[in-house]
Ligand binder design. Structure first.
Ligand SMILES: NC(=O)c1ccc[n+]([C@@H]2O[C@H](COP(=O)([O-])OP(=O)(O)OC[C@H]3O[C@@H](n4cnc5c(N)ncnc54)[C@H](OP(=O)(O)O)[C@@H]3O)[C@@H](O)[C@H]2O)c1
Length: 423
């Protein structure tokens, strides 16, 4: 029987899930795969901390060199997260020929070139299925099952925390702060929720997904990123009146060789397949020239779902004689971007409740070729009123110019929200 010595960097949520699965499936892997996976060392910050799994204390270490300098260890599985010190450890592991399996989206999104180069130079493997959408095997599907296609469009709900918050706001009329507090109580949101609610986490994942789908390196800096902190119950309710559900979507399109990539709150029709993805679930919708439309759905986080993706990568790495590389600059060129995409827009204003307002605002839209598809006008019964527009398809730059002028109008008290609409 083949015996592989592996090590973990980190034993928190994901590390514990991977540990549990490797214990649960030990016998099956030995019998069916003829493979014994031995966890030789586990790096943690605090050896004395109580763990979610029972681990032989002798394999725990707080010294990374116990792993990185051990020639017997051939696979390093990383679940520390963030850039520091994870990047340094992963580069050291790859430089010495150890295959890396990681759940760390940030380190892949930001430092993919360096990691891929180090892996290629030493002949080691680099696997990161768990870095995008936890338990959903979307990366393997793109790399191995959909190569016959040109993928032209990605739309995904790829952050479970924000989807949970928006579901609570939409279904239970909870305000943002209340829904966030519940997400934190349930462990869906971190004590510092910035990475989720400001869209950073989804942008990391979109950078990885779009790079793989389009065979072009899509850099983080070229992804428009807006979070959900400005979303109010008013927007959700007006959206519903107009036939839309609100989701934090990660969207990337490759049109005529130009890539647009953005993460932002988005209205989608209530009958769109993504609108029924509730709570902390994730989904990725792809459009390809041969397969047409395809949607992946499942758990994007959690110890066992994420552990499932990691263990699958470990098995794949064990089974490969040669690993594959992205080869940035050669096989994978840099993307050329389109920052003036076209979509529909929802605009919510608070205006003075006076005659002539609608005509003036329509004039600003008209000046920049933005045509209006529908309007909701309601009187508050006092001196101000909400005014909501949904436009036909317009260019991003045109709508921004129109909004800049509308903001200055003597009739406009505030521009309360601008939300993109995808059909
Ligand atoms: N949680 C999920 O469901 C999920 C899903 C998909 C991907 N991911 C990704 O998986 C990674 C890990 O997430 P997690 O939720 O498992 O994190 P976590 O629960 O906070 O665990 C982090 C682990 O890393 C160890 N660690 C942190 N800094 C360290 C350092 N400087 N040196 C040595 N060990 C260190 C910690 O040690 P101590 O235990 O001693 O503190 C802990 O065991 C992240 O990249 C995350 O984005 C998570």
């Amino acid at each position: 029987m083949r015996e592989v010595q592996i090590a973990f960097l980190g034993l928190g949520n994901v590390g514990s899930g991977v540990y549990k699965i490797l214990q649960m499936r030990k016998k099956e892997f030995e019998e069916k795969e003829d493979l014994r996976i031995n966890i030789k060392r586990i790096l943690v910050r605090n050896i004395n901390k109580k763990r979610a799994v029972e681990v032989d204390r002798n394999i725990l270490t707080d010294n990374p060199d116990d792993i990185l300098n051990d020639p017997e260890i051939s696979i390093v599985a990383e679940f520390i997260g963030g850039e520091k010190p994870a990047l340094e450890y992963l580069l050291k592991a790859l430089n010495s020929g150890k295959t890396v399996v990681t759940a760390n989206k940030e380190v892949i999104a930001r430092h993919w070139e360096k990691l891929d180069e180090a892996a290629k130079a030493s002949g080691a493997g680099l696997y990161y299925e768990a870095s995008v959408c936890g338990g959903i095997p979307v990366i393997k599907a793109i790399q191995e099952s959909l190569q016959a296609n040109r993928i032209e469009r990605i739309m995904g709900i790829i952050n479970g925390t924000t989807n949970y918050i928006l579901t609570k706001m939409s279904e239970n009329n909870e305000r943002f702060e209340e829904a966030l507090r519940k997400a934190q109580e349930l462990g869906y949101a971190e004590p510092d929720p910035t990475a989720d609610i400001e869209g950073y986490d989804a942008a990391f994942k979109l950078s990885i997904l779009s790079t793989l789908c389009f065979h072009k390196r899509v850099h983080l800096d070229n992804i428009l990123r807006e979070g959900i902190t400005n979303i109010t119950l008013e927007d959700i309710s007006y959206g519903r009146e107009l036939g839309y559900a609100l989701k934090l979507l990660a969207i990337a399109k490759d049109n005529d060789g130009k890539v647009e990539a953005r993460v932002h709150p988005t209205f989608i029709p209530l009958n769109h397949p993504l609108s029924s993805v509730r709570s902390s679930f994730n989904a990725v919708y792809l459009k390809g020239d041969c397969f047409g439309d395809m949607m992946f759905f499942g758990r994007g986080a959690g110890d066992l779902p994420t552990g499932s993706a990691v263990v699958s990568d470990i098995l794949t790495a064990c089974g490969r004689k040669e690993h594959r590389y992205m080869d940035f600059g050669k096989k994978t060129a840099d993307a050329v971007y389109n920052d003036d995409w076209k979509t529909k827009y929802y605009v919510r204003l608070t205006v003075k409740d006076q005659p002539g307002v609608l005509a003036e605002i329509a004039g600003y839209f008209g000046k920049y070729q933005v045509s209006i598809a529908s309007v909701i006008q309601k009187g508050y019964g006092d001196t101000t009123a909400p005014l909501i527009f949904v436009t036909h398809e317009a260019s991003e730059k045109s709508i921004q110019k129109a909004i800049a002028e509308i903001r200055e109008s003597k009739y406009v008290i505030s521009v309360d929200n601008l939300i993109r609409v995808e059909e």
